[in-house]
Design a protein around this ligand. Structure first.
Ligand code: UD1
Length: 361
């Protein structure tokens, strides 16, 4: 069986790694790893391949950045060309990025079966480009691997037949479980290198709803600057956010709010593990902090990962900056939300996917 994985942006890499490993251990499977090139800076892509011990992609479509339509279309055109020459038996797509939906559309038209890893998540907010990607990808998929039972419920409600849906757990947590000891082993070095031996908070922001509009990003940076007087904040900055700050002339002039380049997987994982609080708008970080038991304040009105709120350490803050300041104070005073780890977030999701695929196909 020839299985192609299509990946493209940073969070995809942590998700594909355990599936590739598990399928490597199966007989009669050969794999092809296709990188769309949606993320291309070495610190957004290459470093993850090294640290996650992923094989080099067999092909890089080099689509780069662009508008949603341009980026999606580029992936479609180049992927179709590739599959016309080298047709797989199954295509695995991951998460909710533009490369995911592009690959699904190509495969659906070429009648190549699609398996979606991280299926069924819904924010119910179509203003988020990822929500559109999730809806379309799930609609076109032949096998839907969900990370939590809310995913199954969403899919069943939308009419997806039960037999296509498999709750396998969270592949991103597989990678975390495998690499946490390695991340921890370098913590002493990292903490002295980044000068974070005391209490600190960790920040990431890249959602268009937070960073694309200066009227939103400016006050958010001011609130972070204010918080950093009580709690130093480390802020590895996503290229989208850096670009928007540059475009709108926004600067940070407080030494306690420390902007850094995007970090590799191991450094970022260790920083999450030891942080007093994580402030983020990422999807995956809501999950990683829930697993690690680190308090997470999410700067979004909704989440497609509700289990991180109902069971985990995550709180949705929306855009309420007063609430953000109050929650950080409460956490620093010992009032952090306690959580538990959701079922099947146990490091074995990749193996479950491999077992199902090899049985069905
Ligand atoms: C994409 C995903 C988002 C995911 C995020 C993780 C979509 C619609 N969005 O958002 O779901 O959470 O990746 O990071 O697919 N850029 C660089 N170097 C890079 C990549 C991007 O400088 O290697 C800059 C470019 O200016 C680009 C901008 O970042 O225009 C946005 O990149 P893009 O891939 O379009 O979306 P992300 O915001 O990264």
């Amino acid at each position: 069986m020839r299985i192609a994985h299509v990946i493209g942006a940073r969070p995809n890499f942590m998700k594909v790694a355990p599936v590739v490993r598990a399928l490597n251990a199966c007989e009669n499977v050969n794999q092809v790893l296709i990188h769309s090139g949606q993320h291309y800076d070495p610190n957004m892509s290459q470093v993850f391949f090294q640290q996650l011990e992923l094989p080099e992609p067999d092909v890089n479509l080099e689509v780069g950045s662009g508008s949603h339509a341009a980026q999606t279309a580029q992936v479609m055109v180049k992927l179709e060309e590739f599959f016309l020459k080298d047709r797989p038996d199954w295509v695995l797509v991951y998460g909710d990025i533009n490369s995911t939906v592009a690959a699904s559309l190509v495969c659906a038209k070429m009648l190549i079966p699609i398996a979606h890893v991280e299926a069924g998540l819904r924010s119910f907010d179509r203003a988020m480009p990822e929500e559109v990607n999730r809806l379309v990808t799930d609609r076109l998929s032949d096998l839907l691997f969900t990370p939590s039972s809310d995913g199954d419920e969403n899919l069943l409600r939308e009419g997806v037949p039960q037999e296509k849906i498999h709750m396998v757990g969270n592949v991103m947590i597989d990678t975390l479980v495998r690499l946490l000891p390695k991340a921890e082993a370098q913590w002493d070095d990292l903490s002295s290198r980044l000068n974070c031996t005391g209490r600190y908070g960790l920040v990431t922001l890249h959602r268009p709803s937070n960073v694309d509009d200066a009227a939103m990003l400016g006050p958010l940076l001011d609130a972070l600057s204010e918080i950093s007087r009580d709690l130093p904040l480390i802020f590895p900055i996503h290229p989208r956010t850096r670009q928007r700050m540059k475009d709108s002339g926004l600067k940070v002039s407080n030494d306690n709010l420390r902007l850094a380049e995007p970090l590799g997987y191991l450094d970022f994982l260790a920083l999450q593990r030891h942080a007093a609080v994580v402030i983020t708008d990422s999807g995956g970080i809501q999950e990683e902090t829930t697993y690690l038991g680190t308090p997470c304040l999410t700067m979004r009105e909704n989440t497609e990962r509700p289990v991180t709120v109902t069971m985990g350490t995550n709180l949705l803050i929306g855009h309420d900056l007063q609430r953000l300041r109050a929650e950080v104070t409460s956490i620093l005073n010992g009032g952090a939300k306690q959580g538990t780890i959701p079922p099947f977030w146990d490091g074995k999701a990749g193996e479950r996917i491999a077992a199902i695929l090899t049985q069905i196909a």
